[in-house]
Design a protein around this ligand. Structure first.
Ligand SMILES: [Mg+2]
Length: 230
C-alpha cells in the first residue's frame, strides 16, 4: 500500500527556476531603466546588492513588521540609493518587476517529467511563500496549473513556511493528513523543518554538497530521483 496519499511541492527553486527567472527580470529592468547610463557599471553588482536588501526586507515581512507594498518598493529604493541614484524611480521599478516576473517561465530541470509521472499516482499540491498575484500567475504561465489540485500561497494562508499555520491551512484545504503527506522543497528551514514540525515527511531538493542542520526524511539532488521514492 502507498504510504503517501498527498504530495506537496514548494514552488520557487523547487519547480520554478527562481534564480534564473529573477536574474532575467532584473536584467531587463536594468536595461529598460538605463541604469548603466545612469552610472551603475556592473549588472552583477546591482543584482548582488538587490538580493541582500530584498532578503533582509523579506525577513522583516515574515515577522509582519512591514507590508508587502513597503517591501516591494523599498527593495528597489534602497538598491538605487546604494548606488547614489534617485530612488524616485523605485515605484515604477517595483511595478515593472511585478509585471515582468511572472512572464519568465524557466523551470527546474525535470519538472515536467516528474509531474507527468506523479500526477496519475497522487493528488499534487503546492505550498509556497509569496504574493498571491505573482505566484498564481507564475504557475499559470509555466503551464503547471493542470497538475495541481490545490495551490496554497502564504499571503492567502496568513502565515509563511515554516509557520505551522500555513501547513494546517493546507491540510484543511486539501483534506490531507500530515502522516500520509510528504513535502518536497529546497529550503532546509522553511520546507524541511517546517514540514517536519507540522508532522509530515520531507524530501530536501539540495545542491550537491549542500549541508544543513535539518535532517530530511529523504535527500535528492535532482527531481527525477523522486521516481525512486514515490
Ligand atoms: Mg523554495
Amino acid at each position: 500500500m502507498q504510504k503517501y496519499r498527498h504530495i506537496f511541492f514548494d514552488l520557487d527553486r523547487t519547480l520554478y527556476d527562481f534564480d534564473r527567472n529573477n536574474r532575467e527580470t532584473l536584467f531587463q529592468l536594468f536595461q529598460n531603466f538605463e541604469l548603466q547610463e545612469k552610472g551603475i557599471s556592473n549588472f552583477d553588482e546591482f543584482l548582488l546588492t538587490y538580493k541582500g536588501i530584498n532578503l533582509a526586507l523579506w525577513e522583516r515581512y515574515k515577522k509582519q513588521e512591514i507590508t508587502k507594498e513597503y517591501l516591494n518598493i523599498t527593495r528597489f529604493s534602497e538598491t538605487l540609493k546604494a548606488f547614489g541614484l534617485n530612488h524616485g524611480l523605485a515605484s515604477r521599478f517595483a511595478y515593472e518587476y511585478i509585471r515582468l516576473s511572472p512572464l519568465k517561465t524557466h523551470l527546474v530541470p525535470g519538472t515536467m517529467e516528474i509531474l507527468r509521472y506523479l500526477k496519475p499516482r497522487y493528488p499534487l499540491h503546492i505550498i509556497t511563500n509569496g504574493f498571491d498575484e505573482i505566484q498564481f500567475l507564475k504557475i499559470e504561465r509555466c503551464g503547471l496549473n493542470p497538475f495541481f489540485h490545490h495551490i496554497i500561497v502564504s499571503e492567502d494562508a496568513g502565515a509563511q513556511k515554516p509557520d505551522r499555520k500555513i501547513f494546517d491551512f493546507a491540510f484543511e484545504k486539501t483534506g490531507a493528513h500530515p502522516n500520509q503527506s510528504i513535502l518536497i522543497g529546497d529550503d532546509p528551514q522553511s520546507d524541511v523543518n517546517g514540514a517536519k514540525m507540522a508532522g509530515m515527511d520531507q524530501i530536501w531538493l539540495a545542491q550537491p554538497g549542500e549541508a544543513s542542520e535539518y535532517v530530511p526524511t529523504f535527500r535528492i539532488n535532482h527531481l527525477l530521483e523522486l521516481k525512486d521514492i514515490l
